[in-house]
Every structure is written in C-alpha cells, then in structure tokens.
Design a binder for this molecule. Structure first.
Ligand code: AMP
Length: 485
C-alpha cells in the first residue's frame, strides 16, 4: 500500500541574493526567469530593506507575475525568490511562495524545493503548541519550526535544530530579517549552488540563474550545509550542520528536470545527457536510417547516441524529424488522458520528408505514462516510417517520486507492472529499450548508493511509509528536544 503524502508537493526553483548598494528585486526577477522551467504555477519574491520585509507573490509565469511597479516596491538589497511547479490542474494560492511571516523572533521568508516526508508529524506537534497554519504545505512547517527555534537559539543553532527534525528533501533559500541563508538537505537530494555576481552573492537551484546575471559559479552547497550570505555582499559563511554517510542526489534532475546548460554537483547536465545517449547506443544500439530526438528533452541524448553510432561505423543519420510547437503547455499536467493525447498531437508534428520510407530510432529522455511515446509511434507510422525503434535515456519509471518531482501515481505509470515487451506492444514500437541503472550511475560518475533512484528501483533513500528504502534511515523523533549545542 502506498501512502499519499499529505499536502501539495513542492517542486520548484529557488534563489536568494545579497547585494551591496544595489536593489535585489531585479536580479532576483532575472534569476527566476532562468529557473522558469522548474515551475510555472506561481512566482514570488521577498526582500528586506533592513527595517521591514516586502513581498510579491502571484500565480502564473514570472513574466506575468510582476509589473514594473511591483519590482519597484520590493525594496532592499537582500531577498529570495521562488517559482512553483504546477500540480495536476489544481491552483492553490495558499502554497505559492516564498512563504513569508513575522514572528517574535523576526521576519522570515522561505523558498523551498523538495518534499518533507514527516511534515504532518511536525505540524501536529507545533499546532499542539499553538502554532496556527494557513496552508497544508510543508514549507510553512519549516518556517514555524525555525521561528520557534529562533526564540531559544542563535541562527546557526536554530537552523541545525530544524534540520534535525525535518526528514526528506529540501533545498531552501531563507531570509531572516536582512540575512540570506541557503540550506541543502543532508543527502543533497535537490540541487543548490552558490555564485558570485556583481556587488554580491547568489544562491540558486541551478547555475543557469548565475549565468544570466553574468556571474560565476563558486560551488554547489554541500549536503547538510548552511550557507549564510554576508549582508554587505562581500562573501559568505559556511556551516556543515549535519553529516550523512551517503548522498541521495536526484538523477532525474540530470535526465529531465534541469536545464542542459546548468552544472549540478560537478556535472554539466548537457554532457551527462550526451553521455547517457552514448551509453544507450552501447547498451541497445540498433541499425536504422535516421536517429531523431523527441524535442526538446531528447535532443542531447539523440546527439550522443548518433555520435557513438557513427563512431562505431553505423550508417545512421541524425535528423530533426519532429517539430515542436513551443507555445503548447506541458502535456504532462493535462487533467485527462484525452486532453493529454490532444496536446501531444498539437505539440509534436513529424516532417514527412525526413521519415517516409525510413527506419527510424526515436529517442526521448523518459517514458512516464506512455502517452507521448504511444502517440509518436502512431504519428511516425502515419507519415510512412518503415520501422520505429524507441530508445529511452533513463531506466523504466516504476514508482512515484515523493521527493519533489511531479510524475504520476503508481497506477498511471506504464512501467509499474508491465515488462519492457508489454510496454513495447502497448506503444506499438518495433523495438524498445531503456537505459540501465548502472549506466546512469556511470554517466554521473557516482555510485548507485549516492543517488536517489527511487522512481526506477522502487527503493527510496528516505523512510517513506508503505515504500521500501535502500539504506538505513531513521526518522527523527519530532517531539524530542534536540541535542545540538
Ligand atoms: P508520458 O507521455 O507520460 O510518457 O511522459 C513522457 C514525456 O514527459 C517525456 O517526453 C518527458 O520528457 C516528459 N516528462 C518526464 N517527466 C516529466 C515531469 N516530471 N513533468 C513533465 N514532463 C515530464
């Protein structure tokens, strides 16, 4: 039995800046633009001007969420921002972020990417102490817990106490009055990095956000680390607050979620995708006249695959035989299967001249429900493909993600209880192969034990009710007084 985690999951992009002599709002706004792919449901910014906190949070895309006057009103040289991923059709303003609140211990702003697995227990415990909650999201739980700890301890100790209570994945940017903090969970599930920009420093989910501000990536925030940006923009302090034996970096960030031009945990996402494509050829290469990507996500995989094939002497041509209408929203979040199928047709159109009479290998980064692949195989046959081989740049997704990526329920996952051959038949391809888990670890230069592979192995690095874990994990006892000092 699978427990549905209560409350909406937080699948998002986060950013924080501390500048000297320059308002934070515009750099935050540009950085959020660079992170738009991580969330399109809502966008928000919280700043602090040394006296008070300002916030503006709206539903919609970054470009629609802020007017010039909104940015002018966000006074201060420090601040954080957030873009939130869409949930399946539901629009929930109470969960738009950054979450901001004023407590006796000062004002707090919080942006969260990830998902706690013990938020309910902590919420119940805090509610018992009189904390009133306005949303069912786990970010508010972190905010309340931190606020309570700040009444009794200094900033670093308070953050450590909260980290010792919360369990799950979190990359956080936080404002505590005019101090900006970044925190990454002890297993580093979601990405977070530090950059140097003009007049200050930035924390961001992905390095592409640093690039758009013409900054330089300094390094990734380490798992279990708290980074405190200096309020005069001259540097940052680092505190390694929690140590874990292993990491649990999400491999799916590299496969699908992150931008190819971002560098995460030492790897350029584009290089990883090309390498995964090369491995796909090594593991399951097949002769065909043309190799083509499913745009845009399959592009780097297909170019790696074609390059490795050509190096092996295969006479295969790389072609862009599918064109994407970039104005169609993500098919994934369409509420009904009918709408999803229509959206795939609107989004992808094959070029008959590239495909007709040819044997084709089509490459996508992943198959989730099978909607895209099933429709594509049909479309390619309709325009005269002789054979359609489907290759996937990730292992089969057999289990849901609880750690912050919106995928599908187990019932909706095509690979949850079907063999590869059954899936091949269902999508109507002549052949179908996925990538092995070993190839993923190899391409990331990591051991499997240091990756979160829950969605492809069904074993999770965190303790999730009703699911298996692939390591020894103990949930914190949320009621216990932390021994941190
Ligand atoms: P499906 O059509 O359900 O099999 O989904 C597979 C397609 O959705 C692929 O083209 C992927 O690039 C894309 N995809 C994979 N994971 C996600 C996700 N978490 N959110 C949105 N799209 C995704």
């Amino acid at each position: 039995m699978t427990r549905e985690l209560a409350g909406p999951q937080e699948k998002c992009g986060v950013v924080g800046v501390s500048l000297d002599g320059r308002a934070a709002a515009r750099p935050l706004y540009y950085a959020l633009y660079a992170l738009q792919h991580r969330g399109q449901e809502s966008a928000g910014i919280v700043t602090h001007d040394g006296f008070q906190q300002h916030d503006h949070v709206e539903m919609g895309l970054v470009g629609d969420a802020f007017e010039e006057s909104d940015l002018d009103g966000l006074a201060g040289e420090v601040g954080i921002g957030h873009v939130r991923y869409p949930t399946d059709g539901s629009v929930d303003t109470s969960c738009a972020q950054p979450f901001s609140v004023s407590f006796k211990s000062g004002s707090l702003g919080l942006s969260h990417n990830g998902n706690l697995v013990n938020a309910d227990e902590i919420r119940d415990e805090l509610a018992g102490h009189g904390h009133a909650f306005t949303s069912d999201g786990d970010t508010e739980v972190i905010a309340h817990d931190l606020a309570r700890n700040l009444l009794e301890a200094d900033l670093v100790r308070a953050v450590r106490r909260t980290m010792n209570r919360i369990h799950g994945s979190y990359a956080l940017t936080i404002t505590h009055d005019d101090t900006v903090l970044g925190v990454r969970d002890p297993r580093g599930n979601r990405p977070l990095c530090i950059g140097k920009i003009d007049d200050g420093y930035i924390l961001a989910s992905e390095s592409a956000a640093i690039d758009v501000l013409d900054g330089d990536l300094v390094r990734d925030v380490r798992p279990g680390e708290l980074v405190v940006l200096d309020d005069d923009g001259t540097g940052f302090e680092s505190y390694q607050l929690v140590e874990a034996d292993q990491t649990a970096n999400c491999f799916f960030e590299h496969v699908y979620f992150a931008r190819p031009d971002s560098r995460i945990d030492g790897n350029l996402v584009y290089d990883v995708r090309r390498e995964l494509g090369r491995k796909l050829w090594e593991e399951s290469g097949t002769d065909s006249d043309v190799v083509m990507p499913v745009p845009d996500s399959g592009r780097a995989f297909a170019s790696g695959y074609a390059e490795a094939a050509q190096e092996d002497g295969a006479s295969v041509e790389f072609a862009e035989g599918l064109m994407k209408n970039r104005y169609v929203g993500r098919t994934f979040i369409m509420p009904t299967q009918d709408a999803r199928e229509r959206a795939v047709r609107l989004k992808l159109n094959p070029i008959r001249d590239v495909v007709e009479g040819k044997t084709v290998t089509v490459i996508d980064d992943s198959i989730v429900r099978g909607t895209t692949s099933r429709q594509l195989v049909d479309l390619l046959r309709d325009v005269g493909a002789e054979a359609v081989n489907f290759r996937v740049g990730a292992p089969a997704i057999i289990s849901p993600c609880y750690m912050g990526i919106d995928m599908a329920t187990r019932e909706e996952l095509i690979a949850a209880d079907s063999s590869v051959d059954e899936i091949r038949e269902e999508i109507g391809a002549d052949s179908l192969s996925y990538l092995s888990v070993e190839a993923v670890a190899d391409a990331l230069d990591a051991s499997e034990a240091d990756l979160c592979l829950g969605c492809v192995t069904g074993e999770y690095p965190y303790d999730i009710d009703g699911e298996a874990t692939d390591r020894t994990v103990e949930r914190p006892d949320v009621g216990a007084q932390p021994a941190d000092d």
